[in-house]
Design a protein. Structure first.
Lengths: 268, 134
């Protein structure tokens, strides 16, 4: 990244982030903006703001603050979703509704569930903490983040680890394939705040649920083929396997979160 | 047949004339000694505007009328001169071609002035693992 310059790109295509909650809307990805600024030490990278206090060829240590992802499953108008197509949003909702109705006609066990609309509204959390980036071998990149909530929403920790490896192929010179293996850890406090159910939620007492810490591994596959300096075509596939401490919540319907996006990207 | 031969000879002599004229022009162009000094304008960081005082000098084997252009913009002209040494103010943001043109707007000499930054463009690694909304 050139130091001191803003980088903007916008991807236009079709995709979705699935929502694991009962009656939760999938997040459609139609127009996906992407921006970053890297100064000598300060950086802004989409939803994260950071200050790098040590940087060498191989390692960097930064203080970071970023918006916590979890509430995007509870809200329909998240800042990240402003650009999405509301029509496709409603189509997805209807499809999910039909599916949910069919499920309810099945086994008795499915009745023990709580829909998104029945619980107290969750709040956006802002986290801050330490980020370590380690670049090694041939463009391998390991990123570790340990964050704590700073706006008094869930008052706990969360951590993220990601190992990223880009691949290029001499037969396709303008193609970059990036494979990422990672895991998201959420403290008991975070799982309990978002997925726990208690007296604040207007549901019967049998449905109360207390969250425990969770570790959710994921795999991400991104392929980008550049036509020229500005235009590229991008394919993103990701699957995150949710831990039982999240999926055991009566609010949660799916045990995976899938991300799919295919589209063209224009870099300014 | 004779007519065709005459026409061919006429065409040949015409092209020879054009070729000779071009050669003359080339020789005339190469005979001009033209320089702008300094050749490089230094700024602190890339993208900054560059201002400097430069000395333009040129010398021609014969008396000519000429004008100095910064890209397409006319800077100054000299009438009936064989030799000139002048001071100009240069204000540029990127590399710029300066040209000396004759009465017929033909370029008779040119010089590129480059903008260099004392601080080279720096790069940092992106501290984000792959593309994601979060």
């Amino acid at each position: 990244m050139p130091v001191g310059e803003w980088q903007f790109s916008i991807a236009l295509g079709a995709g979705v982030i699935t929502n694991p909650l009962n009656d939760g809307d999938n997040i459609p990805l139609v127009i996906v903006p992407n921006f970053s600024y890297y100064g000598e030490q300060v950086f802004i990278d989409n939803n994260a703001l950071g200050f790098t206090f040590y940087e060498s060829d191989a390692v960097s240590f930064s203080a970071v603050t970023q918006i916590n992802r979890e509430n995007s499953f509870f809200q329909r108008w998240h800042p990240n979703n402003i650009f999405v197509n509301t029509l496709s949003n409603s189509i997805v909702s209807e499809a999910q509704f039909d599916e949910a109705a069919q499920d309810k006609g099945g086994t008795e066990a499915n009745i023990i569930e709580v829909e998104l609309g029945q619980v107290q509204e969750r709040k956006w959390a802002l986290d801050a903490g330490l980020q370590v980036n380690w670049f090694f071998f041939q463009h391998s990149h390991l990123q570790v983040k340990l964050l704590h909530n700073i706006n008094n929403v869930y008052n706990g920790f969360n951590a993220q680890i990601a190992l990223e490896q880009p691949f290029t192929f001499s037969a396709i010179p303008n193609n970059l394939l990036t494979l990422t293996l990672g895991a998201n850890w959420q403290s008991k406090e975070q799982v309990d705040y978002y997925y726990g159910i208690d007296e604040q939620d207007k549901v019967s007492q049998e449905l109360y649920y207390q969250g425990k810490a969770s570790l959710s591994p994921y795999i991400k596959f991104i392929n980008q083929y550049a036509f020229n300096e500005n235009w590229s075509v991008k394919l993103t596939l990701q699957r995150e396997w949710l831990n039982s401490s999240v999926t055991d919540s009566p609010l949660v319907h799916d045990d995976v979160i899938d991300t799919f996006f295919v589209g063209v990207e224009y870099a300014l | 047949m004779r007519c065709n031969l005459r026409a061919t000879l006429l065409m040949f002599s015409f092209f020879s004339f054009v070729a000779l004229a071009n050669q003359d022009k080339f020789e005339e162009k190469s005979d001009i000694e033209f320089s702008i000094k300094p050749l490089v304008c230094i700024v602190k960081k890339p993208g900054d505007a560059c201002s400097m005082t430069a000395t333009v000098s040129w010398k021609s084997p014969k008396v000519i009328n000429s004008c100095l252009y910064q890209d397409m913009k006319k800077i100054t002209c000299w009438l009936n001169q064989k030799k000139v040494k002048a001071v100009i103010e240069i204000n540029i943001e990127e590399n710029m071609e300066y040209t000396l043109k004759d009465d017929n707007h033909h370029i008779i000499a040119q010089q590129l002035i480059t903008v260099n930054s004392s601080l080279a463009k720096k790069y940092r690694r992106r501290l984000r693992a792959g593309w994601s909304l979060f």
